[in-house]
Write a protein that binds this ligand. Sequence first.
Ligand SMILES: [Fe+2]
Length: 391
Amino acid sequence: MAIELGIDGRQFRNEFSGRKPLLARGAVTGRKFLLEDLEQILYCTEPRTPDFSIHDGQGFVAEKEYTEPFVEMGVARNRLAKIRFYELLRRGATLILNRVEARSTVIKQICCDIGRYASQPVLANGYLCRRDLPSFGLHWDTHDVFAVQLLGRKRWQLYPPTFELPVAGQASRHSSSEALRECEPFLDVTLEERDVLYVPRGWWHCVTGVGTTTFHLSIGVHSPHVRDYIAWLCANVLPARIEFRRTLPMHRSEGEPDADAAFDLIRQAAVALGDVMSSREYFEQYCQRVLDSERLHLPLGLAEEFLESADIGTGATITLSSIYLRDLSKFTHLNGERLPVAGLDADALRALSERGDLSISQLARELNVSIESVNAIVKDLAARGLVFLRS
Ligand SMILES: [Fe+2]
C-alpha cells in the first residue's frame, strides 16, 4: 500500500500544510486493507492502555469492563472478554489502537509516505467502530491529522479554527463551539475506503461512522514548534552566555535590592536572547540535530537477506530511509548509518534523494548499469538501513 495525494510534497507543504484541509479521493493505492489485517494487529495487541482503549462517547471505558484475567504458563495476563467487548462496539463505542504503526508493517509504510508529504515525524492511531454515531463530538486536535479511511465509511464535518495553532495542553473542551452550530461546515464529506483527508490542527471536526464497520487511521503530525527551538536554545546555547547564568534576586524585604534592579537582569538577558535568536547558525545547528537524530523503525526486509539468490522484483519500489527532504551532500549519516561518499552506492542514494522513489529498472537507467548490478547495490543499501523496499 502507498499514499498518492495527487500533488507533490512541495505543493502540499506550500498550499495546505497548517493552512487548509485537503481531500484526496482514492489516495491509498495498492492492495486493499482487509479485516484480516486488523485481526493480525489485534492478535498482537495487549488489551490495555496505552496501546488499546475503548471510548463510549462519554469517556474511556474501564479495562475491567471488557477484559478478564487469566494465567498463561504461570504468568498473569488479561485477555479480551469477547462478548462484553463486542457488546460495547454494538452499542456505539469506539476501539482506539494507539501507535498502531508499531504493530503493522502495512500501516508503517502508509505513515512513511504521509511523513514525507509533511516532511515531519508522524504517529498513527486506529479507530474502529460499528455504529453511525459521532465518536468524540465536535473537537479540535493539537496536531495536524491525516485521516486515512481503510474499512467502511465515515462522515467528516469540518469548521475553521476559533483558536489558531493550538499546542499540547490546550484542549478544545475549553473552547466554545456554540457559534459553529449556526454555521455551515467548511467541508462536509463522507470518506470512502482509500480516501485521505488532511485536517490542520485547530480545525473543528465531528466524525460519524456511516453504515456498519468502519476503521480509519488518524495519522498525527508531530512537528517541532518555535517554542521547541527556544527550549533547545535554553538547554544547549544559553548556558554559554553569562547573561543567562546570573542569579535572579528574589529578596523582597527592607534594604534589599528592589524588583526593578532585579528586572534589569531580565532586560539584559532579553537583549542577549535577541542576539542568539537572530543567529542563523544556531538555527542550522538545530535543524541538523533534528535530521541527524532521525531513526526509522522499519521492517527488517527478511526476503532481501534470506533469499540471497532471488532478484528484487523489477516492480519493487526503492525508498530512501528518511521522511525529510534533504541535500545528502550536507550529511554524513542517514537513519543512523554512515553514508557512502563515492561510487555507485552514493550515486544511487543521490538519485533517490533527488527523484523520489524509484523502481529497480528506473534506478538501473539512472545509474546506467545492469539490473543485476542494481540488485546488488540495493540489497547492500537495504541491509545497511539506508533504503527500504516495498513490492
Ligand atoms: Fe480529532
